[in-house]
Design a protein around this ligand. Structure first.
Ligand code: G6Q
Length: 529
C-alpha cells in the first residue's frame, strides 16, 4: 500500500495551528513557566535511561495537542506500521525501508517480495561475529603470519559516516585494533594514511552498497596496488573483504565470495551502520558491544511503534521541529552533544536528516508549498560555547537547539564532569531567561532569552544508549517526512553528483571539452593549462 498523499497545509490541524501561531508568536517562555508550576512536569518524557525535557519551548498544551492532531490527520500511525512492516515507502525507488529489521528481535517474519528477510540477516550477523572473533583473537593472520592490528574502512557517504562516527563515539569500548577511514577521493588523503600502514598487519574493508561509487573504487584500486607492491595476488584474500549488495562487481574486483558480507537494497546507505556496513565497528568494539548497539536501537523502535504520540519522544521532537520550521520560519536547528566522544554525531545525523528530507516535491509529484528539510548543524559543548554560541544567544535568528548530555562520565572524573554539565545546564537556562534590560546595563550586554531548547539527559554513553539515540533521530526524521508529505528515502541529488563528475572527468582525461556553461569551460581551461 503506497503512503497516502496528504497535503499537511490543507489539514484542519494545520489551519488551527496557523491561527494558534498568531497567539503564540510573541509568547514569552518565562511567562509560560510563571503561569504554570506544573509546566516541566507536563512537558517532559522519561523512557528507559533517557530524560527528555521539552518545557523550554514556545509551546502551550494547546500547541502540542494541535501538533498531535496534525500527526493523526496525516495518518502517522499507519505510516509507522508500513515503515516497520516492509511497505514500499521508498516509492520512487520501489523499495522497502527496513534498517529497523537489522536490529529486530521479533520472530514473526518480515517479508520483502514475499520472502522472510530475518534468516538472511541472522546469517550475515553470524558471519560478522565469526570473522570479528577471528581477527580480534589473532587466529586470522596476514600474509606473513602476523595478526591483524589495523583495520581500514574504504567507503564514502553512508558507507563511511556511520562507522566513522561510531569509531569515535565508542572509543571507550574498543579493543586493540586501530581503525582508520578512507573516504575522500583526494589522493593526498590516501597517501597520508598509506604512509602509516604496515601491509602485513592491515585489513581493508571495502564498503559500497552499489560497488560502483567512483571514490570508493578508485581508493580501493590504489590501495590494492600499494598492497601488491609488498605482497602477491593470493595474499589479497587475507587482507581485503567487502560489504556490498553487488556481489558480481565485488568478485570482478577480485574478492572471493567467502570474503563478501552481503547487504540488501532495502537498507538505505545513510541508515546502513546496523548492517555489515558496521563491520569495522564490529571489529573495533567486538561483536557483543555491536549487538548491544543494535539492541538499544531495537528498544527505541519498539517504544516508537507503541507509545502514544504525547508520550513518544521521536514524535514530540519531530512536531516541535515542525512548529519552528513551518510556523516560526526558523531556518536551522542546532544539536549540541556535551560529550567529546560524540564529535561526529552531528555530521552523521546531518546526512540522515538533510539527505532524507531535503525534498521539494510532494508525494503527489507536485512541488510542495511549505518548507521541508531542516538544516541541522552543531558541535560538541563546551567547545561550541567558545565559538558559535554568541549567535544563538544574541543574534537575530531563531535557532531551536537540542542539548544532549550524560549523567555519568565513562572514566568517572567527577570534577571535570560536574564542570562540563554545569555548562550544559547553564546554557539552556541562559537561553530561556536571558538578561533583561536594566538601568545602567549596556544594551550590548542584554540577552532577550526566550530561545527554545530541548534537553536530552541520558544516564551514560554505552553502546545501548547510543543505539537508542541514533534510532531516536532516525524516527524523528521519518515523522517529519510523513508530515511534510515527501519521500524521505530516495537521494536523487546524490545520484546527480555521481553522474556529473564522470562526464567532466572524460573531458579532463581527453583534455578536450564537451560544451559546458561559460564559467565551467573557463575554469576547466585554467585547470588544464
Ligand atoms: C546514502 C547515500 C550516499 C551513499 C554513498 C555511497 O544514503 O545514498 O551517501 O551511501 O554515495 O554509496 P555506495 O555505498 O553505493 O558506495
Amino acid at each position: 500500500m503506497p503512503l497516502p498523499t496528504i497535503n499537511p497545509t490543507q489539514t484542519a490541524a494545520w489551519q488551527k495551528l496557523q491561527a494558534h501561531f498568531e497567539q503564540m508568536k510573541s509568547a514569552q517562555m518565562q511567562d509560560l513557566f510563571a503561569a504554570d508550576a506544573q509546566r516541566t512536569a507536563k512537558f517532559h518524557i522519561e523512557w528507559e535511561d533517557f530524560l527528555f525535557d521539552y518545557s523550554k519551548n514556545i509551546v502551550s498544551e494547546e500547541t502540542l495537542a494541535l501538533l498531535q492532531d496534525l500527526a493523526t490527520e496525516v495518518e502517522l500511525k499507519s505510516a509507522i506500521e508500513q515503515y516497520f512492516g516492509g511497505g514500499l515507502i521508498n516509492q520512487t525507488e520501489n523499495r522497502a525501508v527496513l534498517h529497523t529489521a537489522l536490529r529486530s528481535k521479533q520472530t514473526a517474519p518480515i517479508l520483502v517480495d514475499g520472502q522472510d528477510i530475518l534468516p538472511e540477516i541472522a546469517a550475515v550477523k553470524a558471519k560478522m561475529r565469526a570473522f570479528a572473533n577471528s581477527i580480534i583473537s589473532g587466529a586470522h593472520t596476514g600474509y606473513t603470519g602476523k595478526a591483524i592490528e589495523t583495520v581500514v574502512n574504504i567507503g564514502i557517504g553512508g558507507s563511511d559516516l556511520g562507522p566513522a562516527m561510531l569509531a569515535e563515539a565508542l572509543k571507550y569500548y574498543t579493543n586493540h585494533l586501530r581503525v582508520h577511514f578512507i573516504s575522500n577521493i583526494d589522493g593526498d588523503h590516501v597517501q597520508e594514511l598509506l604512509k602509516t600502514l604496515d601491509p602485513e598487519t592491515t585489513l581493508f574493508v571495502i564498503v559500497s552498497k552499489t560497488f560502483t561509487t567512483q571514490e570508493t573504487l578508485t581508493n580501493a584500486q590504489t590501495i590494492r596496488a600499494w598492497f601488491l607492491q609488498h605482497a602477491s595476488q593470493p595474499d589479497v584474500a587475507k587482507h581485503f573483504v567487502a560489504v556490498s549488495t553487488n556481489l558480481q562487481k565485488v568478485q570482478d574486483f577480485g574478492i572471493a565470495p567467502e570474503n563478501i558480507f552481503p547487504m540488501w537494497d532495502w537498507v538505505g546507505g545513510r541508515f546502513s551502520l546496523w548492517s555489515a556496513v558496521g563491520l569495522s565497528i564490529c571489529l573495533a568494539v567486538g561483536p557483543d558491544h555491536f549487538e548491544e548497539l543494535l539492541n538499544g536501537a531495537y528498544q527505541m523502535d519498539t517504544y516508537f511503534k507503541t507509545a502514544p504520540f504525547e508520550q513518544n519522544m521521536p514524535v514530540v521532537m519531530a512536531l516541535l521541529s515542525i512548529w519552528y520550521n513551518n510556523f516560526f520560519g526558523a531556518e536551522t536547528e542546532a544539536m549540541i552533544p556535551y560529550n567529546q566522544y560524540l564529535q561526529k554525531l552531528v555530521p552523521y545525523l546531518q546526512q540522515g536528516i538533510m539527505e532524507s528530507n531535503g525534498k521539494r516535491v510532494g508525494r503527489d509529484g507536485q512541488p510542495v508549498s511549505h518548507q521541508t528539510g531542516t538544516i541541522v548543524w552543531g558541535e560538541p559543548g563546551t567547545n561550541s560555547q567558545h565559538a558559535f554560541f554568541q549567535l544563538i544567544h544574541q543574534g537575530t535568528k531563531l535557532i531551536p537547539t537540542d542539548f544532549i548530555g550524560f549523567k555519568q562520565s565513562l572514566y568517572g572524573n567527577k570534577e571535570h564532569h560536574d564542570k562540563l554539565m554545569s555548562n550544559f545546564f547553564a546554557q539552556t537556562e541562559a537561553l530561556l531567561m536571558g538578561r533583561p534590560e536594566a538601568p545602567g546595563l549596556s544594551p550590548f550586554k542584554v540577552f532577550t532569552g526566550n530561545k527554545p531548547t530541548n534537553t536530552l539527559l541520558i544516564d551514560k554513553l554505552t553502546p545501548t544508549s547510543l543505539g537508542a539515540l541514533i534510532a531516536l533521530y532516525e524516527h524523528k526524521l521519518f515523522v517529519q517526512g510523513i508530515i511534510w508529505n515527501i519521500f524521505s528515502y530516495d537521494q536523487w541529488g546524490v545520484e546527480l553528483g555521481k553522474e556529473l563528475a564522470n562526464s567532466i572527468l572524460k573531458d579532463i582525461e581527453a583534455a578536450q571539452m564537451a560544451p559546458h556553461d561559460a564559467s565551467t569551460t573557463f575554469l576547466l581551461k585554467k585547470f588544464l593549462s
